[in-house]
Design a protein around this ligand. Structure first.
Ligand SMILES: NC(=O)C1=CN([C@@H]2O[C@H](COP(=O)(O)OP(=O)(O)OC[C@H]3O[C@@H](n4cnc5c(N)ncnc54)[C@H](O)[C@@H]3O)[C@@H](O)[C@H]2O)C=CC1
Ligand SMILES: CC(=O)C(C)=O
Length: 250
């Protein structure tokens, strides 16, 4: 088991990729705390997780409530006695043309994605220093390629990649690695989004060399397990493209 007894936090753990990673990590022996504002879905995912890893937990939280972010880390460390892995996966945003993007659109994307990632990394730091742990953050082709209608989301995603690289440089000496996954996977979030933006959706699918959307647990899960495990100890500041080959960084 690659993650035996590792204590993991996954934000957005009730969602598509979040719950897929949670199951993949639990199957490798991790104790997983999923954090999400969707209580019904969070409890449903928790029931599945507890069948695999009985110590798993669900913390209902709205990550835009910045003053409560520190409590999430405290709650998990109190229960598990340590923190090995922080996965900043939750993110919500609205798609709008560049010229119509408002301050509210920008704030929504930064408040659900960028700031929770930043503040949770700060709160997790002393614990990760002790465990020589890992951070896994999330990017998107929307940011890497500047996809249309994604101004706020693209900006927040690239800001997340930027701070991940700074932390990788600063925290490497403590044995903490910070890496980024840029996924493509079929999830409830993408399904809803595809109905509103069918043309962008089709454009993304047509560019995937593997000609299919990834599966959250089977395709993204093993990459998250690798980044959370000792197998990736000498890898930091990297963006791993888990996207069927859509974007090839050269
Ligand atoms: N699915 C895909 O193809 C792609 C996904 N990504 C990124 O991967 C990550 C996961 O994506 P999906 O699973 O598709 O997302 P999703 O929308 O299916 O799930 C996101 C989860 O985050 C939770 N969440 C949202 N705002 C929250 C808040 N304020 N507080 C607490 N929880 C909140 C939602 O309730 C949901 O359970 C995200 O960072 C996304 O931007 C990036 C590129 C493509
Ligand atoms: C949701 C997202 O970031 C996509 C499909 O690129």
């Amino acid at each position: 088991m690659k993650l035996k007894d590792k204590a993991v936090i996954i934000t957005g753990g009730a969602g598509g990729i979040g719950s897929g990673m949670a199951k993949a990590m639990a199957k490798e022996g991790a104790k997983v705390a999923i954090v999400d504002l969707n209580e019904e879905q969070g409890n449903a995912v928790l029931s599945e997780l507890q069948e695999i890893s009985p110590d798993s937990m669900f913390i209902k939280a709205d990550l835009t409530e910045r003053e409560k972010l520190h409590e999430i880390v405290d709650t998990v460390v109190e229960k598990y006695g340590k923190l090995d892995v922080l996965v900043n996966n939750a993110h919500a945003s609205r798609q709008v043309n560049f010229e119509d993007t408002t301050q509210a659109d920008m704030d929504f994307s930064f408040n659900t994605g960028f700031y929770p990632t930043f503040y949770l990394m700060q709160s997790a730091f002393p614990h990760l220093k002790e465990s020589k742990g890992s951070v896994i953050n999330f990017a998107s082709g929307a940011g890497l390629e500047g996809q249309k209608t994604q101004t706020a989301y693209a900006a927040a995603k690239e800001a997340i990649r930027a701070i991940s690289k700074v932390a990788a440089n600063e925290w490497g000496e403590y044995g903490i690695n910070v890496n980024i996954i840029s996924p493509i996977a079929m999830t409830p979030g993408v399904e809803a989004w595809s109905k509103e933006h069918p043309e962008t959706f089709e454009a993304i699918v047509s560019k995937v060399p593997m000609k299919r959307w990834g599966d959250p647990e089977k395709d993204i899960g093993p990459i998250a397990v690798f980044l959370a495990s000792e197998d990736s100890n000498y890898m930091t500041g990297q963006t791993l493209m888990a996207d069927g080959g859509s974007i090839q960084i050269r």
